[in-house]
Design a protein around this ligand. Structure first.
Ligand code: 6IA
Length: 143
């Protein structure tokens, strides 16, 4: 099982520590190809050895090698939205984790999309249960 985890980078790193925890949960189900997304030291304007073109091409290659895409979508990110659409076009299973908060509303392009699952959560325990259910469904369908 290869898992692509998507979370905001240049969109803002407020949830980076949460991404780290989610990646630890996902690692119990398979290889997470995008562990760097949860690295709290990865800054919005940090140095990177790769050009933007190289990042784009490498990430899409990893995405298309993966069995599933799991995205944390509470913090809006153009890159995450783009990755979600790419995964849908390849008919990949997509799970979006969303933490509702006052004064914020998830984009209708995500909450209104029939080709993905949006799961709302408030705690890590809830994420664990959601992820477990998602992988149970996935293994049942792909048998
Ligand atoms: O638009 P965003 O930057 O928020 O998009 C985040 C999403 O795009 C993540 O899910 C990643 O898979 C991907 N992505 C965007 N930038 C990078 C990156 N380096 N490295 C790996 N994946 C990325 C950017 C350089 C960094 C030092 C700022």
């Amino acid at each position: 099982m290869k898992v692509y985890f998507a979370g905001s980078i240049r969109g803002g790193r407020d949830d980076a520590h949460l991404y780290y925890q989610i990646i630890a949960i996902l690692s119990e189900y398979g290889a997470v190809l995008t562990e760097h997304v949860g690295n709290p030291d990865l800054a919005v304007f940090g140095e990177d050895d790769l050009s933007d073109r190289e990042i784009h091409d490498r990430d899409l290659k990893w995405l298309f090698e993966s069995n599933v895409l799991i995205a944390e979508v509470s913090h809006p990110s153009l890159g995450v939205g783009y990755e979600i659409r790419c995964a849908i076009e390849r008919s990949m299973p997509v799970l979006c984790l969303y933490r509702p908060s006052e004064g914020k509303k998830l984009s209708a392009m995500i909450s209104g999309c029939p080709n993905l699952q949006v799961a709302k959560y408030q705690s890590i325990e809830e994420i664990m249960a959601i992820v477990k259910m998602f992988f149970t469904q996935y293994t049942t369908i792909s048998k």
